[in-house]
Write a protein that binds this ligand. Sequence first.
Ligand code: ATP
Length: 585
Amino acid sequence: MEQPTEQPAEQPSAPTSKKGAKKAEAKAKKEALKAQRAAELAAAAANVNLEDDPAQDNYGNRRTTASAFSKDAEEVEIRSLDESHNGKKVIVRAWLQNSRVQSAKMGFVELRKGGNWNIQGVIMASEQEPIVSRRMVKWVTSVNPESFVAVEAMVKKPLEPVKSCRVSGLELHITKCFVLAPAPAMLGMTMGAASQPIVNFSDEGAQAGDADKGPETTPETTVPAASMLTHLDNIAMHKRAPVQQAIADIRVEVKRLFRSYLEARRFKEFEPPCLIGAASEGGSNVFRLAYFGEEAFLAQSPQFYKQFEIAGGRERVFSISPVFRAENSNTPRHMTEFTGLDLEMEITESYTEVLSVLEGVLLSIFRGLQEKYAVQVTALTEDGFTIDRCATEIETVRTVYHSEPLLLPEPGKEIRLTFAEAQKLLREEGPSEFANVRDDEDMSTPQEKALGEVVRNKYKTDFYVIDKFPETARPFYAKVDDAGTTVGDGVRVTNAFDFFIRGQEVLSGGQRIHDPTELEERIRAKGVDPESAGIKEYLTTFRQVGVPPHGGGGIGLDRVVAWFLALPSVHLAAYYPRTPKRLLP
Ligand code: ATP
């Protein structure tokens, strides 16, 4: 467990050359002009006089669609449209994300809903029932992007598959179109920009479209990319982008897999408190707040409460809860609030029982995310189909943030190195700057990343464990190795470990001290007062009853999602990232 340091955000470099900046500026101007023209068009369309239009009941702005649609039209989600709908009349509610005028009589729109499910809509003038007038064609193709619409349409097969849409084998021939919630003519961030990789995660600098900084473009596209600040200032567009929808869906699945693996092994869920009465795990990085004339603190981890559950006879517990750290760490790995996936369990013989459960739960998450599973349609037949749990979402993320799949060890061949073995590997096979790393000093982040490379090359895995950390690098509750093993200048090692993926820590865990005398001795040795608030109550619990040997670990959910997908920052994996400089939205 390494102490976070104050350091500037690590960012991939944005285009900095003068030529690049000029080009980007010109591109931005072009984009702005385009948006302005679209806005003018939309304003003109909004003024269209519907009164003498024979199709006037089939389009327009509405608050509700009650009695607007044909009785024989079926409400469907875009994601559910399939061959069986071909030739049928449907109602679809979605965001209109693009439109294109083909002629005065014909236009195309793109409708999106449910993450990145989109389908092409065709609007064609017709004097036959259902009537579609030219004015209606003009009006529909002028609806502002990201407006929420409800359309009635005939489902038809396109002449050729529509490559730009996920539902490529069908299209909607629109006969009615109502705008239920119009978007403004100028969006703070377009879907194009929202779907570009973010390269600037700094909490400082330009806001509102980053106009004074100039837009950034990624080499692959011509659409200007926006900074994380712009994304957060346009939170709805940030979230609507298919890449963010996919990340959020993967996050949900990680939690589900965590919970189901543990519940299948007799673990019980509990909710630790977020409000606590003492900064029990160390004073400096805790948030303080006023509490009825007293002071309260936000929990830095559920550690003590997990142990109280074990003392209270719950045997195996887990929690999914917010964790708060008042660290001024402006890095892509840190947030001031994150979600902890925590567990604690009784040990029968060895702390490696805990290590195996934690290894098992993380591997089941990583394998589970990529797995396909069979669904049987009815209990009576063998008919069925396979579902990808998250394969499509992972693919969606990779189209924006390219990454190699996470290399996992073969079952039974998991890599567990002791801290001393890991340091030796780094000295002997790592970059020369790490030729003198010591076995009794904690690893720095660059050391961890370099070790990740060495392990990947040597053992062909991105997932591994480093065990037996020196006691200098662990908190007072870490149990010292009974065999009395020492490293460096006689520093004892602990039954404590960290787990890594792609050279970055995602989990800290180990065996905890359950004997009150030993616990008090370690508390004192770490320079903590056993009579101080919070510590006293913690220690007393172990004196009040016999607490069985136990251990556990804490996983950072945001980091698991981010590093599994090799995202450039953990902030992308959080719904609303909290950083030292950002509390809104
Ligand atoms: P680091 O040294 O990277 O700051 P830590 O050693 O302080 O992390 P622990 O206190 O052991 O972390 O927390 C357990 C897990 O919680 C970590 O392995 C990590 O996945 C996650 N985590 C810790 N701090 C943060 C943070 N500030 N933001 C996001 N996740 C975090």
